[in-house]
Ligand binder design. Structure first.
Ligand code: HEC
Length: 203
């Protein structure tokens, strides 16, 4: 074998390795849905209760912001699907197929080494909100049961049940239908991107 032909062979072998290492189906540039958005029971707008929302991006927690009358201070924990969070960080807007979960938890107090603190305990309600072009005005609200039922789905809230959700989430929200004013790291992004609603006045 000449030096030249062995060089050619080595080149062919290298090319074969490179082809083998290439992913079988490269992802199309700009491909959207990564599959972590809202999932519906087939043929309906009924939302499948997301089992893994605690693995999503945590936006913030609040204490005592609840809008239902309860006796104790309740914590609210807000989560969003990761690909929509990344979209918001780039644009200051929520992409289509965004899902939020608001998890309410009761509070406990503990006196520990001369300090008194409040911490979260069990879940007392779970609500969801989606931005999805399948709905006439692009948004829908859901309530799930507590405790969670296996394989639970919820129909979009309608009529008098959803009216207060839509009203408060349209009138008092900083960005689109969401309370970005209470998610400090997102509020910064919205300010920078100029996506705060023109009629929103900061308290
Ligand atoms: C009186 C005002 C008010 C009403 C009515 C209301 N919300 Fe909210 N909602 C809030 C506030 C304030 C937050 C911010 C929560 C936090 O920081 O804990 C919020 C946040 C949320 C979020 C997290 C995403 C976001 O928009 O910021 C979901 C999901 C949600 N609400 C669902 C509902 C549903 C479902 C209903 C109707 C049953 C409803 N809300 C009715 C005030 C309201």
């Amino acid at each position: 074998m000449t030096a030249r032909s062995s060089l050619v062979l080595a080149g062919v072998a290298l090319a074969a390795c490179w082809v083998a290492a290439w992913p079988a189906r490269p992802r199309a540039a700009g491909a959207a849905a990564t599959g972590d958005g809202p999932k519906y029971a087939s043929g309906t707008d009924d939302l499948i209760r997301p089992a893994d929302y605690r693995e999503w991006v945590f936006l913030s927690s609040s204490l005592g912001l609840q809008y239902r009358a309860v006796n104790t201070q309740t914590f609210g924990n807000v989560f969003v699907n990761p690909s929509s969070y990344r979209g918001f960080m780039k644009t200051g807007k929520w992409p289509d197929k965004t899902i939020f979960v608001l998890e309410f938890r009761n509070s406990g107090t503990q006196k520990l080494a001369d300090r008194r603190g409040t911490f979260q305990t069990d879940v007392n309600a779970v609500e969801a909100e989606v931005k999805d072009s399948r709905f006439p005005d692009g948004w829908a609200f859901y309530g799930f049961s507590t405790p969670a039922r296996a394989g639970e789905t919820a129909a979009p809230m309608a009529g008098a049940a959803v009216a207060p959700c839509v009203d408060c989430h349209s009138t008092h929200t900083a960005v689109e239908r969401t309370f970005v004013q209470f998610y400090p790291t997102l509020l910064e992004v919205a300010r920078r991107m100029g996506t705060i609603k023109p009629n929103y006045t900061e308290p």
